[in-house]
Design a protein around this ligand. Structure first.
Ligand code: PLP
Length: 242
């Protein structure tokens, strides 16, 4: 077997396992609605993205503008939806709109006009960029990994709703609390579900809840995640350079 073929087999087997985990988590939670699998391809080559597309993956995610832009240029004919899941620097916000269809890491209102302006230049009004508000599940004094405080969500949502036709509010995204925080991820995801419900009361269109990674997708689906972001469980261990 060639190395390429071996890699394809490995990804195919991992995908089957992850899809089975998602299905069984849905069953456990008594949920029937689809849960979208977003495969996080950061640090992995464009050739892996090609394999993912051929194996039926519709959505991929990246956390760095430069790396993502280069990869996107190599595989852009695949019809994939690209998600930005990494921290956004203000001066990079417009740049990510050149490759991202979904920006999951909007954590402050000041990013919104920058994203809207960037999106306006590359999109028509029929295909706005979807924005998710990233909520921090860490203790307030420990928010250093990005993410808005839950109390800041309404103002950010209003900023997106008022930013014009090039962007639209999709919903929320969160990363489980830091493992050293002592915060129980299930409780954190349950609190997140309440923030999501409050957001939907004001913005019924904001139905997306992006939560769950390789290690905690079951807990996230139990709490109502509509999409999960999976890296390692599909593509293997990332090289340690981050
Ligand atoms: C890397 C990353 C993931 C995927 O993490 P895994 O543990 O490899 O599944 C998900 N979300 C974000 C924001 C990430 O940066």
């Amino acid at each position: 077997m060639s190395p390429d073929e071996r890699r394809r087999q490995e990804i195919r087997a991992n995908l089957a396992q992850v899809r089975a985990r998602i299905e069984s988590a849905k069953e456990q939670a008594g949920r029937t609605q689809d849960v979208l699998l977003v495969v996080i391809t950061k640090t992995f080559p464009a050739s892996d993205v090609d394999i993912l597309a051929e194996e039926g993956v519709s959505d991929v995610g990246e956390n760095r503008d430069q790396e993502a832009k280069a990869k996107h240029a190599q595989v852009s004919d695949r019809g994939l939806r690209w998600h930005m899941v990494g921290r956004l620097q203000s001066n990079k916000a417009a740049s990510v709109t050149q490759w991202a269809d979904v920006v999951e890491s909007v954590d402050r209102a000041s990013l919104v006009p920058r994203l809207a302006r960037g999106a306006q230049q590359v999109r028509d009004a029929h295909s706005p960029i979807e924005l998710l508000i990233q909520v921090s599940l860490d203790a307030p004094e420990a928010i250093d990994r990005g993410g808005a405080r839950p109390t800041d969500v309404p103002a950010i949502a209003d900023a997106i709703a008022q930013a014009g036709p090039a962007v639209r509010l999709g919903g929320l995204m969160a990363v489980a609390p830091h493992p050293d925080s002592g915060i129980d991820p299930r409780r954190a995801f349950a609190a997140l579900a309440e923030v999501a419900a409050a957001l939907r009361a004001d913005h019924p269109e904001a139905t997306v809840l992006s939560a769950g990674m390789s290690g905690d997708l079951e807990a996230a689906i139990e709490a109502g995640a509509t999409q999960v972001r999976i890296g390692g469980a599909v593509l293997g261990q990332r090289p340690r350079v981050q």
